[in-house]
Design a protein around this ligand. Structure first.
Ligand code: SAM
Length: 244
C-alpha cells in the first residue's frame, strides 16, 4: 500500500536513500532545481520566511545569510524535523505539521512562502494556496517547485528501471492519485497539469512572475552524457508568484 508523502519519508530505508541522493552535487535537485530557486531568491531579501515541506531545512542557513531574520519550516516527517532541529538557531523555528492543516496566520505575516518538491504530495492545492495568500504580506512572494507534470502523469517508463531510455507521457489530463514505486517504497503522489498549477495561483489572487521547467545548463552539469540525458525531458516545474 502506498504511503502519504510525509510518512513515506519517515520510512528509514527511504530516508537514507533520499539523504544520500540529495547530498550528491550532481543530483537533479542540485543541478536543475536549486539554481533556479537560488536565482529567484537572490533578487530581493525576505525577512520572514515560511517553508512548507522543509525537509532537513538545509536552505535555512543559506536564507539567513541572505538577510532572512526568521525562518519557519514545517514538515510532516518526524525524521526530517529531527534532522532539521540540529541546525540550532534562534532565528529558525521548526514544527512537525501538515501543509494541508497547519494553522496559517490569517493576516499577512510572511515576505516569502517557499515550498520545494512537496505539493505533488498534496491532494487539493486550492485551499492551501488560499491560506498561503492570506499568510503573505502584500508584496510578498510565493515560490515553489514540484515534480514536472510530464513525470507525475504516469509511471510506465519506471518499469525500465533507473536507466530508462524513454519516457512515456500518458493520462496527462486525468489528474489525481498516482501510486508510485520509488526509492524502495510506495508513495502516493498527486498529478496535476501545468495549467492546474498556473490557474490555482491566478484563482487565488496571485500574479505569476515566472515559470521554469528546469532546463539544464552546461555550467551546472559538466558530464556531457548526463547533460544530454537531462536535456531530454523536464524533471521539475517551478513557479514564482507575487501577492499584489
Ligand atoms: C522531496 S522532499 C523536499 C524537502 C525540502 N523541501 C528540500 O527541497 O530539501 C519532500 C518533503 O515534503 C514533506 N511532505 C510531504 N507531504 C507533506 C505534507 N502533506 N505536509 C508536510 N510535509 C510533507 C516530506 O516529509 C519531505 O520532507
Amino acid at each position: 500500500m502506498s504511503e502519504t508523502g510525509a510518512l513515506f519519508y519517515d520510512n528509514p530505508e527511504v530516508f537514507n536513500i533520499y539523504q544520500e541522493r540529495r547530498e550528491q552535487n550532481s543530483s537533479a535537485n542540485q543541478t536543475l532545481e536549486w539554481p533556479i530557486i537560488q536565482e529567484w531568491l537572490t533578487q530581493r531579501s525576505y525577512p520572514q520566511v515560511l517553508d512548507l515541506g522543509c525537509g532537513d531545512a538545509t536552505i535555512a542557513p543559506w536564507l539567513l545569510k541572505q538577510g532572512t531574520q526568521y525562518y519557519q519550516g514545517i514538515d510532516g516527517s518526524a525524521r526530517m524535523i529531527e534532522l532539521a532541529s540540529t541546525l540550532h538557531s534562534p532565528q529558525i523555528r521548526l514544527q512537525q505539521g501538515y501543509i494541508e492543516n497547519w494553522e496559517y496566520p490569517e493576516t499577512g505575516t510572511f515576505d516569502l512562502v517557499l515550498s520545494r518538491l512537496a505539493f505533488h504530495y498534496i491532494e487539493d492545492i486550492q485551499p492551501v494556496f488560499q491560506k498561503i495568500f492570506q499568510a503573505l504580506k502584500p508584496g510578498g512572494d510565493f515560490v515553489f517547485s514540484v515534480e514536472h507534470p510530464v513525470i507525475t502523469s504516469n509511471q510506465l517508463s519506471m518499469k525500465q528501471g533507473a536507466n530508462r531510455q524513454d519516457w512515456v507521457v500518458d493520462r496527462y489530463f486525468q489528474t489525481g492519485k498516482r501510486n508510485v514505486s520509488w526509492m524502495g517504497g510506495q508513495v502516493l503522489k498527486y498529478h496535476r497539469t501545468v495549467e492546474d498549477y498556473y490557474q490555482s495561483l491566478k484563482n487565488n489572487g496571485f500574479v505569476v512572475q515566472d515559470l521554469r521547467e528546469s532546463c539544464p545548463k552546461a555550467t551546472h552539469i559538466k558530464d556531457k552524457k548526463l547533460f544530454e540525458k537531462r536535456s531530454r525531458i523536464p524533471l521539475f516545474l517551478l513557479l514564482s508568484a507575487h501577492k499584489p
